[in-house]
Ligand binder design. Sequence first.
Ligand code: COA
Length: 170
Amino acid sequence: METFSIRAANVEDCKDIARMIKELAEYEKLADLVRVTQRDLEQDGFSKNPFFHGIIAEVPEQHRTKEGHTKIGYALYFYSYSSWMGRAIYMEDLYVMPEFRGKGIGKALMSKVAQLGLAAGCHQLNFTVLEWNKSSLDFYLSQGCFDITDKMGYHCMRCEGEALEHLAQP
Ligand SMILES: CC(C)(COP(=O)(O)OP(=O)(O)OC[C@H]1O[C@@H](n2cnc3c(N)ncnc32)[C@H](O)[C@@H]1OP(=O)(O)O)[C@@H](O)C(=O)NCCC(=O)NCCS
């Protein structure tokens, strides 16, 4: 197995995180929806009271991609709260570049999020996956996760744009 390392993201990683966010969105066929820039990530993740945290998977120089990338996977997460279960951690993204998949890197990234969650007293790790993304769904099931839509009937809901502005009117 190739060597790789997993570490906390820092502000210098934002260029690669922004690149991989786009790659993940392309994989999910939703690239048009990405608005977040490298600068947003720098501000939102690495200033006082960060809105998210990141984990980076890195390979040594000799295994860099043909484009020269050594940062080849990432996870983004933040803390949340369940009024039933208490502290929870939310994994926003999990991504490994195609040529590095199937080597334990995705599992190592997700395991790190789980470790950090447990260390912070969280009882749940929550995330969403697109319905058609069968291979990722199978990956999550193989890690002992379950589908709360199937099991409990929850739907992910969102309010944004004009509806959000409207909702915020006094
Ligand atoms: C999902 C993803 C992060 C998994 O990362 P990965 O590095 O390829 O997975 P790993 O090599 O760490 O696999 C870990 C374990 O999951 C299993 N696994 C991986 N893919 C699987 C699949 N499609 N079906 C069943 N099991 C799977 C592996 O067999 C391995 O099991 P083991 O520990 O018993 O050997 C990666 O494939 C990816 O980035 N996919 C595209 C982006 C994506 O869909 N992200 C999730 C968005 S919600």
